[in-house]
Design a protein around this ligand. Structure first.
Ligand SMILES: NC(=O)c1ccc[n+]([C@@H]2O[C@H](COP(=O)([O-])OP(=O)(O)OC[C@H]3O[C@@H](n4cnc5c(N)ncnc54)[C@H](OP(=O)(O)O)[C@@H]3O)[C@@H](O)[C@H]2O)c1
Length: 236
C-alpha cells in the first residue's frame, strides 16, 4: 500500500516553524507539526478551517532521543516522511561567561543534537526510498560573528558542518540536504525590548515560510543547497 506523504516540522508551535507549518497546510501539504506546547498546536489546527486535516499536532521534546525515535516509528507506520524541517531552536542572548551550563546544554541539545536525532530517524527510510528532503533552519551566525551567541553559534555551525558532510554522503541516494540561514526575523525568540525597537526592519515569518515552501517544491534534478536570507537593511 502506498502511504500518504507527510512533512515533519519541528518547533511548529510559534514563530518561523508555525508559519512554515501553516503555509504548507494551506497549500494542501500534510504536516506533522511538532513541539512541546500541544495546546498551541491544537489552536493552530483549529484556526486552519477547511485545511485543518493537513495539520497534525504532535507533542515532542526534540532533545529527548527516545521520544524522537518513538515519534518517528509511529508516524512512519502511517505516512511516508518525505521531508524533515529541522526548525526547533532556542538561545539565551548571553555572553559565554554569563551562560550557565544548563543554558548551554539546552541550546546544544535542542539546536544541534535534537536536529541530528531527527535526521538519524528519517535517514534509513529516505535512503531505502532513494528520495527525501532535509531542510535545516540555521542562522546568519553560520556566516558572521555575533556576540552574546557563542553557544547558539556553536550549535548552528555544528549542524551546518554536520549537514554539509551528510549532503555528500547521501547525494547518490537522491536525498536533498538544504540549509537555510535566516537573519533577524520577528519572533518571540527575541527579547521584548529588541522586538519593540527593531521588529519593523526584521523579516516576517510568513515571507520566510514562502521561501521554504518554494524550495521544498523544487522538483527538477537541482537542489538549492545553501540559502542566506537577510532583512534588506542588513543585520541588526
Ligand atoms: N527569529 C530569528 O531572528 C531567527 C533567525 C535565524 C534563525 N532562527 C531560527 O529559527 C528557528 C525558529 O525560531 P523562532 O525565531 O521562530 O523562535 P520561536 O518563536 O521561539 O520558536 C521556537 C520553536 O522551537 C520549539 N522548541 C524549543 N525547544 C524545543 C524542544 N526542546 N523540543 C521541541 N521544540 C522546541 C518551540 O516550541 P515549544 O516551546 O512549544 O516546544 C518553538 O515552536 C530556530 O531554530 C532559530 O534558531 C531564528
Amino acid at each position: 500500500m502506498n502511504k500518504n506523504k507527510i512533512v515533519w516540522i519541528t518547533g511548529a508551535s510559534s514563530g518561523i516553524g508555525k508559519s512554515i507549518a501553516i503555509k504548507f497546510a494551506q497549500n494542501g501539504i500534510r504536516v506533522a507539526a511538532a513541539a512541546r506546547r500541544l495546546d498551541l498546536l491544537e489552536k493552530i489546527k483549529n484556526e486552519l478551517g477547511d485545511k485543518a486535516e493537513f495539520f497534525i499536532p504532535v507533542q515532542l521534546d526534540i532533545s529527548n532521543y527516545d521520544d524522537v525515535e518513538r515519534f518517528y516509528k509511529n508516524i512512519s507506520g502511517d505516512y511516508t516522511v518525505d521531508c524533515l524541517i529541522n526548525n526547533a531552536g532556542t538561545t539565551s542572548f548571553k555572553e559565554g561567561i554569563q551562560n550557565s551550563i544548563e543554558e548551554i546544554q539546552n541550546i546544544i541539545s535542542v539546536n544541534l543534537l535534537g536536529s541530528i536525532y531527527a535526521i538519524k530517524s528519517v535517514l534509513p527510510d529516505m535512503s531505502d526510498r532513494k528520495s527525501g528532503t532535509i531542510i535545516n533552519i540555521l542562522s546568519v551566525v553560520t556566516q558572521k560573528i555575533f556576540t552574546a551567541s557563542s553557544a547558539y553559534s556553536a550549535s548552528k555551525s555544528g549542524l551546518h558542518a554536520y549537514a554539509k558532510v551528510l549532503r555528500e554522503e547521501v547525494r547518490d541516494k537522491n536525498i536533498r540536504v538544504i540549509n537555510v540561514s535566516p537573519g533577524a526575523t520577528a519572533t518571540s525568540i527575541w527579547p521584548e525590548g529588541v522586538l519593540k525597537k527593531y521588529s519593523d526592519r526584521m523579516m516576517n515569518t510568513d515571507n520566510l515560510a514562502e521561501i521554504v515552501l518554494n524550495i521544498y517544491n523544487e522538483k527538477s534534478n537541482l537542489v538549492s543547497e545553501e540559502l542566506v536570507v537577510r532583512p534588506i537593511k542588513g543585520d541588526l
